[in-house]
Design a protein around this ligand. Sequence first.
Ligand code: PEP
Ligand code: MN
Length: 262
Amino acid sequence: MTKNIKLSNSISIGDKDFIIMAGPCAIESEKQMEKVGVFLDSIGISVLRAGAFKPRTDPNTFQGLGFGGLKILKKLKEQFGFIVVSEIMDPRHVELGCEYIDIIQIGSRNMQNFSLLKEVGRTQKPILLKRGMSSTIEEWLMAAEYIKLEGNENIILCERGIRTFESYTRNTLDLVSVPIIKKTSEYPIIVDPSHGTGRRELILPVSRAALAIGADGIIVEVHPEPKKALSDGVQSLNFNEFKTLVDEIEALDEDMKKLTDA
Ligand code: PEP
Ligand code: MN
């Protein structure tokens, strides 16, 4: 049985609702985030994702705005009531990060950063634990166990694809992990079609598949102007594309619920 994890007084994950988390890969400026906030609020999205600490492969590229970014995020949270998700990479940032973030994201590159896992395990915040890009399902569940052993069982797993010889997509999205996790663990699981494919045109079909295969939600990168994004622009949807995705997923969700109720 999947645990139901409370994200706010009215929203939880792991139950019947399919949760769509969305926002830009990185917090770039107050202006950019204001646009994102107004838009997501206008279409009823309540979980806002945006990175302040970015784990970039190339250290010469944009690294994120750090705590300055988290301050922008908190302002939007206060203005619109969003539940906010952001990545923490350094165990020393966990305590202060908790003042700004509702859901702490542990990125793929840090899935086996055991000191970080233990540190977030000492909080009671929901933890979004992304699958390591070369991790087996067993290793991923063991990473969750590190968090749990410190006392935090509010864990949400996120399938974001793994490295294979396939190079058409950025990663190979292992959607089969969803029913496996459902069968072998008690944690809710969401799918990240953005990092899982690295290609904007694949996000909608993969999101449909995630819903159909039993995931508890998706996390999608959305940017006001993907071409100008400082990170992950090629896999980010613009506002129109994202609105279409939400409409389609909501319609499919309704249809599936009718089928299971029948
Ligand atoms: C992200 O969510 O922007 C990110 C860096 O994801 P991952 O850790 O899955 O690569
Ligand atoms: Mn990204």
